[in-house]
Ligand binder design. Structure first.
Ligand SMILES: [Zn+2]
Length: 295
């Protein structure tokens, strides 16, 4: 089965490199990316644009917006990206940063825009994001928002709670929004937004940041799986969940097995492939949306 990984990373971030070597034990490099994609039949992977100006500074208020993918140049085949926004930099640089975002969005391999709610202490309904939403609308691209716990103790959770996204989502009903990580641990709050708002989907990345053995053990614990299954059982909207690995924070093969167990088999084609084509229209130019699910 071919897979689209709708949320992973390909940036030189010190804490990601350390997680790769010390926690998930993956080869976090262009070669490692290509090899693990081939082994797991990942035909497209969407990297969340992120940069830091010095090792360990993520979340970095000094990073220039938009933030892209800088682990290797040129990008490997099958890598796509979301342009990451630093709202602090946008406040300082204003039009210059908006123009830089427009330029980035003209690249067909940029398939969406990523907001780092919680990592940056700014609500996604703040007016600094108005030009970002305007460009998302103009280019027909989704807005992907970090939801839930941050992978940094400097994050502030009131900005990444899924319910804090409600206002922006309602104000921009013409846009598609992706809430990352099901807003973990506030997964039922994310489910409420999915139920209410037709323009919201969520990704399944980052639910476990650990090694293959621990992922396998947790996959066989019913209580653990029920935590993640609950928002899916609520209204059974399997058209609104996207597969994502958060690689390198988890090994792709173990994480795929974990999510395969979580999703009832009749919906695998949607969650692992088709939903991503609908949410990221630039990908559907490459794989027609109504094509049969690749065997
Ligand atoms: Zn991530």
């Amino acid at each position: 089965m071919d897979i689209i990984d709708a949320h992973m990373h390909f940036s030189r971030i010190d804490s990601f490199a350390r997680a790769a070597s010390e926690i998930s034990h993956v080869d976090y490099s262009a070669a490692g990316f290509t090899r693990t994609c081939e082994e797991n039949r990942v035909v497209a992977a969407i990297g969340m644009g992120l940069t830091e100006t010095s090792p360990g500074s993520f979340p970095d208020i000094g990073a220039r917006s938009p933030m892209l993918l800088d682990l290797a140049d040129p990008w490997p085949d099958r890598l796509f990206g979301c342009a990451g926004i630093n709202p602090i930099d946008m406040r300082i640089r204003g039009k210059e940063a908006v123009d830089a975002l427009r330029l980035a969005l003209e690249n067909p391999r940029i398939v969406g825009i990523k907001l780092y709610a919680g990592y940056y202490p700014v609500f996604v309904s703040d007016e600094v994001y108005d030009p970002v939403y305007a460009l998302a609308s103009e280019f027909g691209l989704p807005v992907v928002i970090h939801g839930g716990v941050t992978y940094s103790d400097r994050g502030l959770l009131k900005y990444s709670h899924p319910l804090s996204f409600d206002e922006a989502i309602v104000a921009h009903r013409n846009l598609s929004f992706v809430i990352c990580h099901m807003g973990e641990p506030w997964v039922m709050d994310t489910a409420a937004l999915i139920a209410k708002c037709p323009n919201v989907v969520t990704d399944l990345s980052g639910l476990l940041v650990t090694d293959a053995g621990t992922i396998a053990r947790k996959s066989s614990e019913p209580e653990e799986m029920m935590r993640w299954r609950q928002p899916m059982i609520f209204e059974e909207r399997y058209d609104r969940f996207l597969y994502g690995s958060d690689w390198p924070l988890a090994p792709m093969d173990a994480y795929l097995s974990f999510i395969r167990k979580m999703i009832p088999e009749p919906y695998h084609g949607d969650v692992f492939f088709r939903n991503a084509l609908r949410v990221f229209p630039r990908l559907s130019g490459i794989w027609p949306i109504d094509a049969a699910f690749p065997a």
